[in-house]
Every structure is written in structure tokens, then in C-alpha cells.
Design a protein around this ligand. Sequence first.
Ligand SMILES: O=P(O)(O)OC[C@H]1O[C@H](O)[C@H](O)[C@@H](O)[C@@H]1O
Length: 702
Amino acid sequence: MPLNFGNDVDGSSRILLNEPRGSTAQVLLFGGQVISWKNERREELLFMSSKAQYLPPKIIRGGIPVCFPQFGNFGGLERHGFARNRFWALDDDPSPLPPANKQSSVDLILKSTEDDLKIWPHSFELRVRISISLGKLTVIPRVRNIDSKPFSFMFALRNYLHVSDISEVRVEGLETLDYLDNLKGKERFTEQADAITFDGEIDRVYLNTPTKIAVIDHERKRTIELRKEGMPNAVVWNPWDKKAKSIADMGDEDYMTMLCVDSGAIEPQVLLKPGEEWKGRQELSIVSSSYCSGQLDPRKPSGYPPQRPSLLYISLSLSPVFSFFVSGAMASAWIVDGPGIASKVKNASLSSALQTRDCGASIQCPNCYHRIDNTNVLVPWPGLPKGVKFEPTDADIIEFLEAKCGISGSEPHVLSEEFIRPVTEDVGINYTHPKNLPGTNKDGVSAFFVHKTVQAYGTGQRKRRKITPTCLNEEPVRWHKTGRNKHVFLNGVKRGCKKIMVLYKSARKGSKPEKSKWVLHQYHLGTEGNEIGEYVVSKVTYQKEKVKDEGESSGVRGGPGPTTPMTNTPTPPRPVDGVAGDGQAFDDDKMFDPFYEVVNHNQKLTKVHGLDSIPEAALWSKKARREEEEVGVNLSEDNLTCNESIEASSSLWENNQILPNPSLGELDGFALSDLENVDLGSPPDFLTLASQDSLMNWMGWL
Ligand SMILES: O=P(O)(O)OC[C@H]1O[C@H](O)[C@H](O)[C@@H](O)[C@@H]1O
């Protein structure tokens, strides 16, 4: 297939790369420069100056300029060398690389010209291969010495990353490293910060950097991971306000939405003998909103600050999507002898001594760098801390589903992969008594399952929710949908829905259905009536008795906030989940207010995520209210619930030759009382406590 070309206003060509899921890149022959990289949602990931000029031989400020044969003013040539303002050519012979797939990849070459040789007297061939795949942009640079003498050069890929707000960004992977500070005459310093954050001009060349660096954009809930080979340096540059004003092709406020994190071979330079070729590689990839800092680099020093007091937020993600809230003495035994997380430890090719110290099962807070100490764990493998409960928010679950269904293009969060267990059996979650589901318990801890949509709904129009007894003396039970479906918003956009169901049983012949304490929240992608995606997540919870556990309560309600500030980490944590928590947290009057859930939902969004300005969310609330007011409660969704209850109940009780009392009052009561089970939203960004038993149970099943 031929390459795709687009024409610029100046008549020069830009090469368009695309991949099947819709992500794209644009490359100019001028400078061999990537000037755009968009994900499958058409979001631009690279920064381009608002005053960028496409007027060769002027440089283009943005995208990924190639710096060669010099970086910055580290030599006597023009800043960043001349490769970025030369016209490159298509490379028909990228050998020894195999020919490129022209839809998603392009090979370019720059050869020294007579004029170049006057500036830099070394004959070279500089090649780059630029390719895209889902969520990834790869650049493979090569320099070949076609001269008769050796030469040394510098090389860098200047990655102008587009960020939401520079002051909300952090870079991880460069901590403790030495750097040359361009703002201080290239003096050498050692990085003291745990992660690099930005509040002023920065221009540093980091030395001996690891192969992976993460640029975490909290506000956008996105992490760009930079992986590189053959380029030991990383440059971090942001001109900040004053310098930005002095740069002609940069808007005064552009510095706020850009950050350069470059791959480079600058210090030391690369020495090439005649005929030799140097090759580097850089991958920029979008990592899901959550990113585990422990995964960054094996060389990352462990043993961060000493243990803090016993109450901590432990966040496994750099954006506070999934968090652990842990109480109790850390050192006192948290062992999970199950094949889940622990199996990774067992499989590790490390000595057992090392395994009990740190082989991925230890947990480190990216905010405060507290690391849970595993060293005193004797038998048999470290797992999760005692009292840790996995409790993702509704949005987290929808994000997980999007990843699972291949919609977001990112990988599911590592924790969701661990804790939201796939069910592959034909018999779906809905057809098995929750007490018989693996990992469920009656301690208020939710169990999470991901399964095919067909396993959730069965076939046909009517949702199949009847559970067949497994033995003779088991009562027939059935899930009843209750309350209204709840939309789940991601970044202010409706992306998913949550159905809430309660398990009912028949206590005796002629009686009305008896509500059990089992609650099922079922999440799907899309909107009500327009469900999409292959998978559904089911959260099964046994509503706990109103027993106040002092330890837990004090841990959840009275504890200090996060040890380091994160923009949308809630403080203090919301006390309970509507289902899993204790019922005392509910205001009964509000629970009977059919609008309460909607209103409260938005309050929650406002409070936690600062989305009060989102018109769609607000509209939704108003619209829901209006509809309620117009049609009245009998025609509202709750009434549909009643109808469904009649239908479901009648078939449920068929076998016992009984009928529920169909009087409206009773049915109203039936439906409305179910609102007790309506989740007001999972606690947004933190987890509460659970017993170790439940975890043991859980892990035992895995
Ligand atoms: O304006 P440019 O030539 O693209 O350079 C932008 C910046 O790049 C480097 O980091 C240099 O150390 C800076 O001094 C320079 O301002």
C-alpha cells in the first residue's frame, strides 16, 4: 500500500500514519519530524505551539524534532544541530530493518550534503523509522558513519508532550539521578525530589537514566510512558512563563500545556567508527489512568522513608483511581497464602529470601513513598495487607470495562485484573446463589466478577434472574432490579450504567417476597437501553448488619487524610458505601426521596472530582427530576421496577402456587424500600477496611 500523503499550505507534504483503531500520526519530511500523534479518540498527545511556523528553514516548535548531531548548545554548532531544519527523504532501503508496513510506519533518511559537510565535516546517514500501533508511537533512529574517519555525535528526540496543566504533572523514573542543569551552566546535581513536579523553568539533562520514565498527567488521568534504548539521557525542559515570552514561536501561555521529556545520547556522546551504525529506540505509550510506580524500573531504589504511623493511604496508582486504605500495625502479619497475587511471587525466579522482601507484592505509596515492609513475613508469601479491601469506584469499573472490551485502548488496571475475577463458566453470576459464588462472604466485602454479557442476561427480551436451587431444601430466590439505573460518568460523559438488584426469597407459602441482604450491582458500558461491550462487571455484596466495629470506624472516619496532596483525593473519606457500609450512614428520609440518588450522585461528583461545571451531568440531574415531576412516581422507573417485580415475583412464586399481593401500596413499598440498597456511589478514591478472612477466602478461590 502506498504511503498516505497530505499537502500543507506551503506545498510540502506530510505523511499520514494510521492504525486500524483510529490512532494517527503525521510526519513531515522537513526535519523528519513527527508533528502530531493522536489516540483512537482523536485526542492529540503531542504539543504544538500556538505560534508554530511551518516556514522552512525555521524550526517547528512542537511534535518530536530530531536533534542531531548536537543537543542544545553542548557543542559549537547551531542549537540542537541541523537535522531538524533540513528536508529529509523517504528511505526506500531501510535495511537491515525489514520494509515498513506503510500504513502505520514510515522510513526517512537524511544524508550529509556538501553544505552540511562545511559545518560538520563527517559523512553520515541518519535514518528514522516512525511507526504507530494502538496506544504507541515508536521512533527508531539510526546513524551510520559513511566517512573514512570515526566521528562522535549527540542525538536526541525532543518530545513535546501535550499535558493538561504543567503544575499537575509529575515525572517519575528520574529520582536520585544526577543531572546537568542547563540553567546553572551545566553544573552537575543529584535529583533530590521523589518525583519531578513543576513550578518554574526547568532545563536538565539527566544522566544514566532508566529505560522507563513516566509522565503522569493527573488532571487528564493519563500517563505517557517513555521507553528508550541506546539513549541514556533524558532531558526535561519547560521554559515557564518568562522564557516562553522570549521565544518568538511560542504563545505566552503555551508553557502550561507542554512538557519536553526527551530521549538522548548526549553525555556521553556516541562514537562511531567508519561503517558502523548506531541504533536507538524510543516508544511513547499511553498507559491507563492508573500507573503503578513500583513497576517503573527494577533499578529504582527501594527502602524509601521509614515506616510512618499505623494509618495510611496506600495508593497503588499514581492517579488516585484505586487506593488502599490501611489501618493497623503494618508490621504485624499480613499474609495471604493464596494463589492470586502470591502466585506471582511463587513464580518469580528469585531466591526465597528476596521473594519475601520485594518481588512485586510489596506496596508503595506513590505519594509518600511509604513501602509496606514485607521483611518480617515468614510464611509463606506476602500478599495484601491485613484489612485491605478492594473497592473501586463506579468510574473505575467502567474504565476497567472499557479496557477489557478494548474500547479505551489501554490495559486494565493491574488491581482490577487481580480482583475483578473472570467467570468463564456457562452458568452466569445471575444464576448462582451469591453465597455459592467464589470469594463472597457475609462480612460486607464485595466480590467482583467480570463475565460475558450473555451470561448476565441470558437470552431473549426478559432478563433472566431466577436462581435455580442446587439442593432440595434450598429456597427459590431471584434477583429483583431495584431503584433506578445509575449512569456512570467518565470525564463528564455518560459511559456506563449500573443496575442494582436485590436478592429476594420466599419465606413461606402466601407470604410476600422476603428481601435478603444480598445485593448485586451490575455494570455495563453504554447507556440505558443501549448497552454495549462484550463484558459486564458484577459486584456482589452481603449487606452487613449495623454493627459498629470500632477499629474500622475509627480507621475510616477518624483517620488523617493522604500523606501527600493529590488533587482529587477526597479528605476525609466518605464513610460508607451504600451497600457495603453500615446502614446508619443513610438518612432514611432521603432514601425515600426518589431524586436523592441523582442529586447525591452529582454532589459527589462535584465534591470529589470537581465536575460541578459539567453541564451534562447537571442536565441529567435536572432532566431526571423533570421527568419524575411530569410523570409522577407511578409512571417513573421505580414503577417499572414494580411491574418488573410483579412479573418476576409471579414467576418466582408460580412453583409455590402463590401470588404476591398486587396492591399498589404494597408494591410501592416493595420497590421504594429497595432504595435502601441503592448505592450512593462507591467511595471515590479510597478503600475501606475488611477482614483478612474475606481476603483469605477470596484468594483461596483464585
Ligand atoms: O528554542 P530551541 O532551539 O528549540 O531550544 C529550546 C531549549 O532547548 C534546550 O533545552 C536548551 O537548553 C534551551 O536553552 C533551549 O531554550
